[in-house]
Design a protein. Structure first.
Lengths: 639, 248, 235
């Protein structure tokens, strides 16, 4: 298999502009002859759908929620990066590019990341024009805040609800095109298979989540914007319905899956309180601007936090990383939290938490200032934990948050299946082994507003696409296989519920494929996943019927896919004999617990080809080498 | 940690055409730190193990921002706490032995799909009618070209923060969607970017709201009381003023 | 763009009309109360005021027709809103209660349709009693012969049925205005969350003052014995 990234030649700064100069175009009259399916309506999907429809393409959008506006992009709190340099603090496209590629621990493509940084400024312009109410200064101009992994203030924000505001902007742009008739919007439809005809993506199979009908949809291209797979871990900050099924089905149809083991564990989440816990809630990383992270210096210090004197507090991030302090990147913060709790210094009932303390910030800036910045986050924390963070330090702990891995795409954001484009969190492209804060929103919108509209035209102009009908045998085969799988799930009628299986799978993944991984752990994880998967197919109980609204049937389908994806994640983690970004292998770290990267052997994208599941997952590794022409690979240091 | 037993009376309805009925359940082992929806998850696990159909309800983010959940708990949309979505309600609000009645939001414009799940696409159609600024991708000017007074921007945010859950409709004695519609109009019409389309937007959205079969607003302000993000009915007044400006 | 006629049939248009007509009716009520209070003035005050109004001739008719129109529009919209709410929620809640806080749900707001309809019936009855009632002629101090509305009022409220009936209806008027004044202000003027509470208080106080103003007269006449009462001077 040839994984050609199709990166334009020339200097880094002019790759994208020379691409745009040479890109093949589709004339306005011809655009209306093409039909594009967009699956998922988060930032990536809604922005792509709106932009493609504006160009004149006929777009069909699908989402699993009851409205396109509810995609999980809506929950992003902190902000979106852009290289505007409004603060005059030395920011530039180059610096945003450099911070992002360094933050990703040099496991992403230079060309993609540079293009992302270039597009960042247009995104802010676009969002403001759509009416997104970003935070502003008294003079009426846009304000910025700082985020982890950067020494400039380049993050634009709408209080603690930046994702919501950007998504509503994109959703509204999309609804504008629904109004114009160029988009047909189909909520409560879940994509359960990809239809490939003559080697090209030509349609999808969905289940109508209200009626249970299996439906066939044909198109000239499919854009997959279905988000990440963090819910493999059962507990994560993802929404309950976020899932990997659409991406995994494409993988099973031939799309290679890149870097599946790169999972970001977010350092500031509210700790688990009990077995019934259904999800974890993130506290925005922006809190680390003013909050100080610490644990008691002495093991077993059970005093209430406010009674622990200053010299008995271990501000471990500030001590270990003096130049970045509490603003180290997410992977470093998460790993440090694990180190101190592994040492028995953790706080709270479970010992699996550290303090995030605003005492000094309140003393310095007043409670009002802190309230204005983080009021809604503090309210949310208090509501969930019943503790007042203005008076008692927050308790936080890392949680699965974002998956950098995803379907492999080239520079055009097209997978190795022609006509299947993948954008946003669903692809693997821009964040390498670790994503910096406030970069997910940037990537989703850059892909949807400013990349797909060009690259899809280039694809159409260069391909001859015959008309296909949904009666084609490929559609029948896909629809039948989906129906059979649903029947199989419903017919097991075992003893254990879907949630019980999912929770067990999540525990294996968190313990052995989580913040730190080891050879032994990963090998035993693979065994356990296989065993549990076999048990799942023997003993799961899926309630109800297929011909009506049945959420547990939806979950069963998704969990069945997680069982295969989980194994691939562990296989990939086992294969990558280095520590990089979020991927920490116990065998590859310094005595101080810092990651040791191996650029000589592992500066590549691991791209896995699906061969089948037969007791175990059969898979084949392909490597896309990462060539760094413009940045020098350094050991990442935030000291 | 105290564990409670809760008596539940939940609306069960197989589909839109089924008349529906209440079913009683007794659920033990409820932990005070559970969220309300986690309590329902636990109930459903019990039901599945017994071979019964679980209770269907909409949810997604469970952080109070996606707007999926919207159930009426003891007669109040999203339950008893102000500025709190049902997913952010915790069982510590209740005591051992309490009876909780759970119903779907009831409105002709929100037909029941199953149990507590309703169809809220009417809201999408209201936005589709005009709840946007017509700027094509790529056509935007430099972001700092047009300064926006901080106060205006803050007010716009206060209205833009609507999560589209439909609690306003559920709680309104008239089933009016005025808070939802007014909030979007108040958000977009006050921004310089939104002004060119304000008249058309206001009239189109008001018109669509009417077509969807929502009731009239009688200024009960119950919508503001149940709104999980506390949107003020000042948005409804603003919608009316904008409407007046638009027609004259 | 809708025509004005279409616009005022929309939900928002209807509510604006309700607010405007409501305000106008409140103004009318204030003038009406001022006229009523003339009963406590000079012996001739009430009858000369009534005579002055009658003298206006066509203007009075114009005012009457205008008032009727405003009243009918206000009532018509109110009733249509009430009818529509049943359609907008065909299945009712088993349990329903207000969440309190900023909510303005109260007996007053929930009974607007009821109090409105009672007031509608009352107005017909009221016009029949006082505007079309049998009145003797009397002579003012300046010699002008006028209808003796004052005596009719005093005689009427000697009757407990009238005195208490009116009192009851005026309490309902107060209830109607308690939500109504706030609602009209809100429909037309509200700009911020903070202003909401202030406007509500103003509305309630105004409603109480108006209601007390109106119901004071029948009760005072009934318990004070009409012309025997200290504050009322008869000829």
């Amino acid at each position: 298999m040839n994984l050609d990234p199709k990166i334009p030649s020339g200097p880094l700064e002019s790759k994208w502009s020379s691409y745009l100069r040479d890109v093949k175009l589709v004339s306005p009259n011809n655009k209306r002859k093409y039909k594009v399916i967009v699956v998922g309506t988060g930032l990536a999907g809604a922005s792509a759908a709106a932009s493609l429809a504006e160009l004149g393409y006929n777009v069909l959008t699908f989402c699993i929620q009851d409205s396109a506006r509810r995609a999980h992009s809506i929950a992003a709190q902190g902000g979106i990066n852009a290289a505007k340099n409004y603060q005059n603090d030395g920011d530039s496209v180059w610096r945003l590019f450099y911070d992002t590629i360094k933050g990703g621990d040099y496991r992403s493509r230079e060309a993609n990341v540079y293009r992302l940084a270039e597009n960042s400024n247009h995104i802010i312009d676009q969002a403001v024009a759509q009416g997104v109410p970003f935070g502003r200064e008294y003079g009426g101009l846009l304000d910025n805040r700082s985020f982890g992994g950067a020494q400039v203030s380049r993050t634009f924000y709408s209080r603690g609800q930046t994702g919501q505001q950007l998504l509503l902007g994109a959703y509204q742009a999309m609804m504008k095109e629904v109004h114009s008739g160029k988009i047909k919007d189909y909520p409560r439809q879940e994509m359960l298979d990809l239809v490939v005809i003559d080697g090209k993506a030509r349609g999808i199979i969905t289940r109508d989540l209200v009626s249970g009908d299996i439906k066939r949809w044909e198109a000239d291209a499919v854009v997959l914007c279905t988000g990440g797979y963090g819910n493999v871990f059962y507990l994560s900050t993802n929404a309950k319905n976020s899932n990997a099924t659409a991406a995994w089905r494409c993988h099973k149809r031939g799309a290679v899956f890149a870097n599946p083991c790169f999972v970001q564990i977010h350092p500031t989440c509210i700790p688990v309180s009990g077995d019934y816990q259904s999800k974890l809630t993130l506290m925005s990383e922006s809190l680390r601007n003013d909050g100080r992270v610490w644990v008691p210096r002495n093991k077993g210090d059970k005093r209430p936090p406010n009674e622990i004197p200053e010299d008995e507090r271990y501000y471990y991030l500030e001590e270990r990383y003096p130049s970045f302090g509490n603003l180290v990147p997410r992977d470093v913060a998460s790993r440090s939290a694990k180190l101190v709790t592994d040492d028995g210094l953790g706080v709270g009932e479970t010992g699996l938490a550290v303090y995030l303390d605003f005492r000094d910030a309140i003393k310095r800036d007043s409670r009002e200032v802190i309230e204005a910045k983080y009021g809604n986050l503090f309210d949310m924390y208090q509501n969930i934990t019943d503790e007042n963070p203005y008076e008692v330090p927050m308790r936080i702990f890392p949680a699965v948050h974002y998956t950098m891995g995803g379907l492999w795409v080239d520079y055009n954001l097209m997978s190795n299946i022609p006509g299947l484009f993948v954008t946003g969190e669903a692809n693997y492209s821009d964040h390498g082994a670790n994503r910096l804060g406030a970069s997910a929103l940037m990537q989703g919108l850059s892909d949807g507003y400013f990349i797909i509209p060009y690259t899809i035209g280039d694809y159409f102009a260069g391909e001859k696409l015959e008309k296909v009908s949904t009666d084609h045998e490929a559609f029948s085969e896909a629809a039948d296989s989906v129906s059979k799988l649903i029947d199989k799930l419903l017919s097991v009628n075992g003893e254990k519920t879907i949630i019980e299986f999912h929770r067990e799978l999540g525990k294996i993944m968190w313990d052995k494929v989580g913040i730190s991984r080891s050879k032994e752990g990963l090998e035993s994880a693979i065994e356990e996943i296989r065993k549990l998967r076999d048990e799942f197919w023997q003993n799961v109980r899926v309630p109800g019927e297929k011909n009506y609204f049945n959420k547990y049937l939806e979950f069963a389908f998704r969990v069945a896919d997680y069982f295969e994806l989980a194994e691939l994640m562990a296989i990939d983690a086992l294969d990558r004999n280095e520590s990089c970004g979020c991927h920490l292998r116990d065998e590859y770290q310094t005595d101080e617990g810092e990651a040791i990267r191996n650029d000589k052997d592992y500066a590549f994208v691991s791209a896995w080809e699906y061969l089948g599941v037969n007791g175990k997952l059969e898979t084949k590794l392909h490597k896309e080498p990462l060539n760094f022409e413009f940045v020098e690979l350094k050991q990442r240091s935030y000291k | 940690m105290s564990e409670m037993t809760i008596n539940l009376k939940i609306w069960r309805q197989k589909n839109t055409d089924d008349p529906g009925r209440f079913e009683d359940y007794k659920l033990g082992g409820v932990n005070e730190h559970m969220s309300f929806l986690e309590m329902l998850d636990v109930l459903n696990e019990d039901l599945i193990k017994k071979g019964d159909d679980p209770v269907e309800f909409d949810y997604d983010c469970r952080e109070g921002i996606c707007g999926s959940c919207n159930m009426v708990i003891n007669g109040k949309a999203h339950g008893p706490k102000h500025k709190t979505a049902a997913c952010q309600l915790h069982m510590r609000t209740y005591s051992d032995g309490d009876t909780i009645v759970i119903e779907p939001p009831r409105a002709a414009a929100f037909p029941v799909i199953r149990d507590l799940v309703v169809d809220r696409t009417a809201f999408d159609r209201i936005i589709e009618a005009g709840g946007y600024i017509s700027v094509k991708t790529g056509a935007a000017p430099e972001a700092n070209l047009i300064p926006v007074e901080q106060e205006v921007s803050n007010q716009a945010f206060d209205y833009a923060t609507c999560i589209g859950c439909g609690a306003c409709v559920a709680a309104c004695p008239n089933s009016s969607a005025s808070l939802f519609t007014g909030a979007k109009i108040a958000h977009l019409n006050r921004l310089p970017q939104g002004k060119p389309e304000r008249a058309r937007r206001t009239i189109a959205m008001v018109d669509q709201m009417e077509k969807e079969g929502f009731g009239d607003c009688s200024n009960y302000a119950e919508c503001e009381a149940v709104c999980p993000v506390g949107i003020s009915i000042a948005s409804i007044a603003e919608m009316r003023r904008e409407y007046m400006k638009a027609i004259f | 763009m809708p025509s004005l006629l279409e616009a005022f049939q929309s939900q928002v248009g209807r509510k604006i009309l309700t607010g405007i007509t409501g305000f106008l009716l409140v103004f009318f009520i204030i003038f009406h109360l001022a006229g009523n209070l003339a009963i406590f003035g000079e012996p001739d005050a009430m009858n000369s005021y009534s005579h002055f109004l009658h003298q206006l001739g066509p203007l009075l008719w114009l005012a009457r027709i205008g008032l009727l129109l405003i009243f009918v529009i206000h009532a018509w919209i109110g009733i249509s809103i009430w009818l529509k709410k049943r359609k907008a929620r065909p299945v009712d809640y088993k349990v329903y209660s207000t969440k309190g806080g900023p909510s303005k749900q109260s007996l007053s707001s929930r009974s607007m349709a009821f109090t409105g309809v009672v007031l509608l019936v009352f107005v017909v009855f009221h016009i029949n009693t006082f505007a079309l009632g049998d009145m003797a002629d009397t002579q003012l101090a300046n010699g002008t012969v006028v209808h003796d509305i004052k005596t009719l009022v005093i005689d009427t409220f000697q009757n407990p049925f009238y005195a208490f009936g009116y009192t009851f209806v005026m309490i309902l008027l107060g209830a109607h205005l308690g939500h109504g004044i706030w609602s009209a202000f809100t429909s037309l003027t509200l700009r911020s969350k903070k202003a909401s509470a202030v406007i509500y208080s103003i509305g309630v106080i105004a409603a109480i003052l108006l209601a007390v103003g109106f119901l004071f007269i029948p009760l005072y006449i009934y318990f004070g014995g009409g012309c025997e009462a200290a504050l009322i001077q008869c000829n």
